[in-house]
Ligand binder design. Structure first.
Ligand SMILES: [Ca+2]
Ligand SMILES: [Ca+2]
Length: 296
């Protein structure tokens, strides 16, 4: 075993430097959602039974290198885990399907793994392919944790989901977004991200259909349920979000115009009554007019 490791380590080291310099990334898709990239190919999510497979897609390798680097089963050498253990042949299969190499981890092996993300390295003759396996047998429910959507310049609202030790919110494990128990349509939002950070974007075409007010969305991941993401859409003129337009809002607009007070993009949009892209005293005056019902 020692000799084998001695033989393998240079390969792994070579592969490690290869990957850091080349920084390969693969794109994958959740049906109906945005494409996003990861530096790992991902096995099917393991939820408690059966084997899982990963397709070792040659697209993983930059096009210029595809001719010289083979990912065919006969170029496969071994499978290692994140602790540099080499898996025994009883734990997995490697075979070809539709001209592409497939690696299958057996149920017997996965059963010993704890819930979470596990990394593997498939060593081929000239390249090492990093693989990721998610084991999800006991989803956790999060409560009292709310993320906040913030308006961007393009009018979409974004929030970045990231949790600490309780659960990792990998975009790959994203399951759905709900408002009042109803799933949003795939056209209404997008999911992207990298590693354990998930970026959720509510499209402008969707948020434009919502009336000003506060909304609380539920976000579910396969491994984590009950995450909340809050959205507040401000009415024109309502800068402090108390659902009234009055002199307090006009004062915030004036202070923002004088750069005494910082306001966010959502507030800027609410403050810019004449829509000229700037917040100034003219807007403040119009906010006062709205509050006095002199203008709509
Ligand atoms: Ca207000
Ligand atoms: Ca303005």
């Amino acid at each position: 075993m020692k000799r084998l490791i001695a033989l393998i380590l240079p390969v792994l080291l070579f592969a490690a430097s290869y990957f850091t310099t080349a920084s390969f990334a693969v794109s994958y898709e959740i049906p109906g959602k945005d494409q996003f990239t990861d530096t790992f190919l991902t096995f099917d999510v393991w939820t408690g039974e059966d084997s899982v497979q990963v397709v070792v897609d040659p697209k993983f390798i930059p096009e210029s290198l595809r001719d010289s680097v083979s990912l065919a089963p006969d170029a496969f050498r071994m499978l290692g885990d994140q602790d540099d253990n080499i898996l025994d042949m009883e734990s997995y299969n490697v075979f070809e399907r539709d001209g592409v190499t497939v690696i299958e981890l057996k149920e017997k092996y996965i059963k010993q793994l704890a819930d979470g993300s596990h990394l593997f390295y498939a060593v081929f003759e000239f390249v090492t392919v990093p693989l990721r396996l998610f084991v999800v047998t006991q989803p956790v429910t999060i409560s009292g944790n709310a993320f906040v959507f913030e308006r961007s310049d393009d009018g979409a609202y974004r929030t970045t989901l990231q949790l600490g030790a309780t659960a990792t919110l990998y975009p790959k494990l994203f399951e759905g977004l709900y408002l009042d128990g109803k799933a949003l349509s795939a056209d209404d939002y997008s999911v992207s991200g990298m590693g354990a950070t998930t970026l959720l974007i509510l499209q402008k075409t969707y948020t434009d259909t919502l009336d000003p007010g506060k909304y609380s969305f539920d976000v579910n991941f396969l491994n984590c349920k009950g995450i909340r993401a809050e959205l507040q859409i401000l009415a024109k003129g309502d800068l402090n979000g108390d659902e009234k337009v009055n002199s307090i809002d006009a004062r915030i607009a004036l202070r923002a115009a004088a750069q005494i007070e910082q306001i966010d993009i959502g507030q800027k949009y609410a403050a810019d009554i004449d829509g000229n892209g700037k917040v100034n005293s003219i807007d403040a005056r119009q906010i006062l007019r709205i509050s006095a019902h002199l203008s709509d």
